[in-house]
Design a protein around this ligand. Structure first.
Ligand SMILES: Cc1cc2nc3c(=O)[nH]c(=O)nc-3n(C[C@H](O)[C@H](O)[C@H](O)COP(=O)(O)OP(=O)(O)OC[C@H]3O[C@@H](n4cnc5c(N)ncnc54)[C@H](O)[C@@H]3O)c2cc1C
Length: 589
């Protein structure tokens, strides 16, 4: 228990304690070295664990729409490069975010009965053991922490290959992505009625319907947003996701756990996108150390949260282990006995490895002290809202992994808090939950491995490539590299003047370089033509400015009026869609 408040929580050293879980970084890293091979084998070689069923396209974002000025779609969510038209289509965010491989629709009960061995009728490929892939149980359980993906929609979802769609850099960024993260973190505002000292302020949480919960969440969000906006007026650098003071009202272990789960999931996503990063100007997939330094290394608490999640999932997997054996309630492949046995053996290899350390997370200390039931309900509802928020993610691949991981954490929480080993009534997990749980564990496992490698690269910079080394080179700095016209470089002079590193940094732009011997001073007439083109371009720009001014003014006034009105009503206010910037002659030349 002393470890809970350990000041060492943020330091990343082998002996530092991952607070709220009783394990050190080195224990978890050692554990991961044993678990990872079995986990990779399970998630990469079995049909059961390499396909996931979810509703990717038929659910709409229940929290905002583009009409409200919030941006959830890919078109306005991409800001990695200023002008994506300059790069090949395959490197653009719109392409990187698309799903690959076949999609198979969930078969109806009739087909499942008629074709028990081939219910998907070969739509995922001929060699796929379909009886391992199809989810026979469509029902939900009120103990779920996630919105079961087929709930409330007509479609029953599609099966997607996780192997064909690895979690990696997609270029999804900008206001849309921030909006989602911001809303996810806002779910961390627990209602005061969950706590004994304020229980009289409101009825028990379970008396409220989901719509009322959503409404309350939106109202709370608006309050937080207002505080943030006021803060930003004084300090424009206040981050989008910042503490407002409101969240400190009810600091408790459960709330901390909720925050840590979300932040750890965010850290794991960031790790994967930095590890499997596409340099959109060269087309090379490679680890990006600068990305890691900016998003993780400089924020040790995020890494600590990632390790915390690893401890949490290890505990859930270890706790579930005894229920997954032969004779238990789980069948992995109904139509293929051999594949079923093989999958089970691989599952047990993972759970046995996960159980090889003493209990590293004590779930029994949560939801005690009298306020347990309502706090637990609140916890669950907030987690469900996070899972609904995934429908607001404007990139298919990110949505797939976002949904899978929220479902994975939801399942882990269900196992930790709803599986009472002394109780007969133990919930049986659905296929989707099992797949999500083990794949989320695999994500964390590969994040831990990547972070260790990244740390080594930072400690021994010579192993990193030049572009990766510069911690100053933020992801958002890429636009300048990619789109600004570059001057002709005389290579020798530059190498001498700036050293080897900068000469290599120029590498991606080799096509712009010209050997000194071929370089010629432009003629007088060329210079005149060039100057004249600039004058014409400036004239066009000024004239266009005059013509467009009234229309722009009306548009700005209208959009500000709408934002002001929403703020007045206490509804979430979308980001500004206009900005003042210096004009560029570039397009007119
Ligand atoms: C559900 C989801 C899934 C995504 N999946 C992918 C993907 O697979 N591939 C991909 O390339 N992009 C993905 N993205 C986008 C990616 O997460 C970032 O939003 C994007 O790269 C822009 O990053 P950013 O630097 O603006 O900061 P963001 O990562 O968007 O973070 C926003 C703010 O949150 C805070 N923050 C950041 N990390 C943490 C943390 N761990 N804990 C607490 N606070 C934190 C910081 O204040 C930061 O400024 C996904 C986004 C979402 C919402």
């Amino acid at each position: 228990q002393n470890q809970l408040d350990s000041q060492d929580a943020c330091a990343i050293s082998p002996t530092a304690i991952v607070s709220d879980a009783c394990a050190s970084y080195s224990t978890l890293e050692r554990l991961n070295r044993n678990v990872k091979p079995a986990l990779d084998d399970l998630t990469q070689t079995t049909d059961f664990f390499s396909y996931y069923r979810l509703n990717l396209f038929s659910n709409t974002c229940p929290f905002w729409s583009d009409e409200n000025g919030m941006c959830g779609n890919i078109a306005c969510a991409v800001e990695t490069l200023d002008n994506e038209e300059d790069i090949p289509e395959v490197w653009r965010a719109s392409e990187l975010g698309k799903l690959e491989g076949p999609l198979a629709e969930h078969p109806g009960k009739q087909v499942q009965k008629e074709k028990p061995k081939k219910p998907l009728q070969g739509s995922l490929g001929e060699n796929v053991g379909e009886s391992c892939v199809v989810d026979y149980d469509d029902e939900c359980d009120e103990r779920d922490y996630c919105v079961p993906d087929d709930a409330g929609t007509t479609g029953k979802g599609e099966y997607v290959s996780l192997l064909r769609n690895p979690e990696r850099f997609t270029g999804y960024a900008g206001d849309g992505a921030r909006q989602v993260w911001d809303a996810i973190y806002r779910e961390n505002c627990f209602q005061r009625s969950s706590f004994p000292q304020s229980a009289s302020l409101g009825g028990p949480a379970q008396a409220r319907g989901p719509a009322a919960m959503d409404f309350k969440a939106v109202m709370e969000a608006a309050g937080r947003k207002e505080v943030l906006e006021q803060e930003r007026q004084q300090n424009p650098l206040t981050p989008f996701v910042a503490k407002t003071g409101l969240e400190h009202e009810d600091e408790c272990l459960e709330k901390r756990v909720f925050y840590r789960v979300i932040s750890g999931m965010h850290a794991s996503i960031s790790t994967h996108l930095c590890w499997d990063f596409l340099n959109q100007t060269t087309g090379q997939w490679q680890p990006n150390v600068a990305c890691y330094v900016n998003r993780l290394h400089n924020h040790p608490e995020r890494i600590s949260n990632l390790y915390f999640n690893y401890a949490l999932l290890t505990r859930a997997i270890a706790k579930l282990g005894p229920h997954l054996g032969e004779g238990g309630p789980y069948t992995f492949c109904t139509g293929d006995h051999d594949q079923d046995a093989e999958t089970r053996a691989k599952v047990l290899a993972v759970t046995e490895n996960a159980s090889s350390v003493p209990q590293i997370f004590d779930e029994n200390i949560m939801f005690k002290n009298g306020e347990g039931p309502s706090l637990k309900e609140d916890f669950r509802n907030r987690f469900r809202n996070v899972s609904r928020l995934m429908d607001c993610v404007g990139c298919d691949k990110c949505r797939l992994w976002g949904k899978l991981q929220t479902a994975g954490y939801g399942t882990a929480l269900k196992v930790l808090f709803e599986f009472d080993n002394n109780n007969e009534d133990i919930p049986v997990l659905r296929r989707t939950e099992l797949v999500a749980l083990f794949n989320t564990y695999a994500r964390l496992s590969s994040s831990l491995a990547a972070i260790q490698k990244f740390r080594a690269m930072v400690e021994q910079p010579e192993t990193a490539t030049v572009e990766e080394k510069s911690p100053k080179a933020k992801l958002s700095d890429l636009p300048d590299w990619a789109t600004k016209p570059r001057h002709v470089v005389a290579p020798d002079a530059d190498v001498k003047a700036t050293g080897k590193a900068e000469a290599q940094e120029e590498e991606p732009f080799e096509e712009f370089e010209m050997p000194r011997s071929e370089y010629q001073e432009p003629s007088l007439s060329d210079q005149f033509k060039d100057e004249f083109a600039h004058v014409v371009a400036a004239f066009k720009l000024v004239m266009r400015g005059y013509v467009n001014f009234p229309v722009n003014l009306v548009r700005i006034a209208w959009s500000e009026l709408k934002r002001g009105y929403r703020q007045f009503l206490g509804l979430p206010v979308g980001p500004r869609r206009w900005k003042l910037e210096r004009p560029s002659l570039h397009d007119d030349l």
